[in-house]
Design a protein around this ligand. Sequence first.
Ligand code: PMP
Length: 462
Amino acid sequence: MAQTAPRQPHTSGWQSQDSAHHLHPFTDYKALNAKGSRIITHAEGCYIWDSEGNKILDGMAGLWCVNIGYGRKELADAAYAQMQELPYYNNFFQCSTPPAVELSALLAELTPPQFKHVFFTGSGSESNDTVLRMVRYYWKLKGKPYKKIIIARDNAYHGSTVAGASLSGMKAMHAQGDLPIPGIAHIEQPYHFGVAPEMDVNEFGLRAARALERKIDELGECNVAAFIAEPIQGAGGVIVPPDSYWPEIKRICAERDILLVADEVITGFGRLGTWFGSQHYGIEPDLMAIAKGLSSGYQPIGGVLVGDKVADVLIGEGGEFFHGFTYSGHPVAAAVAATNLRILRDERIIERAAEDVSPYLQRRWRELADHPLVGEARGVGMVAALELVKSKSPREDFAPAGKVGTLCRDICVENGLVMRAVRDTMIISPPLVLSREQVDELIEKATRSLDQAATRLGEVMR
Ligand code: PMP
């Protein structure tokens, strides 16, 4: 039998093979190769370890996804058992598998009442591609084929596939790919600190929401299929909308004949203290895109939760929907996701985080606003952001944007904390199982990192 080569247990070996052969997502390859990757070898609870033996508090739950924390053996057991029983079968050609069936029934139980159906995908990007195709198909079935345009927001992140990146409002992504594709429009984001800090926050929220109404009028309601938004913009920098924002969006969508889609890829499965971010804001969407927390990142799986308004038409009036993926409802991924959801439900992980650790995290996080580098500290549930500024009053941002955020991020890792930088906004999204002691550790490490960043900036400016 062929032997597989033993893995090289040392950092430089992995790093050189990595730079020789591996193209990473969202990466400047030359810069990475000059530095070498950090090789993450194992994880437990809320900590990750690198190949140098450094133990790092994972303030980002991987990539906003390991809601349940690392090292839950039940999920590994579910994958092992399912791989032995049935490692793969598809859900095409009138077939289904027990894990796909059970996961869809569990999702119907755990989601708001209008959701009884799910279309499975392999990722958040595929979920949003599915949204785009499904809403256009829906309107065709309803006899309104002109309703094709989807309105999204500046600075949104909905994925990296062609439709996902087009729905996203990231200018740099659009510039590289000749995007967006036709039939997608963007409106302003509800980013008070970044766009109009001088304005009353709720006035600003109403203005940002009414941009949707203006855009629908400009494009013609008869041409607009849907509005898609993240309840809180995540990758854009944890943009928490003003309280006035979502009620106004809801009013506009209710008055207009368009579908409301919540991208719950980050906010789904407990991030904001409720099972779905839509419940926190009372959004009541027609469709929800999900991924990440669905399996706590243990397996790649996503989906689109389809509300009755759309499902009734697809099922009642449709023929074949020509859309789907080889791995839609993959049995191993579905078995792991179902186990993850049962643990979240039975151990009340979401409710317990909402009652105890997240109020504590949010209180302690806001203490960071006193730091000279911090212009604003905000957050909801288990997600939060800090705005780094050169001067608080009068307000002055760093120029060029992004350098200080990157510096602070690198210092955080040196101090044993993963905190991500989006331009000069520092963000966290830790596992929901973070303890109060770990909140204290996170705040202590963040404070130390901010102090060190301030010192290094002082040295540069001197
Ligand atoms: N939507 C949102 C809100 C996201 O944050 C992400 C990923 N960060 C995606 C979609 C895309 O998900 P994926 O990377 O699984 O394709």
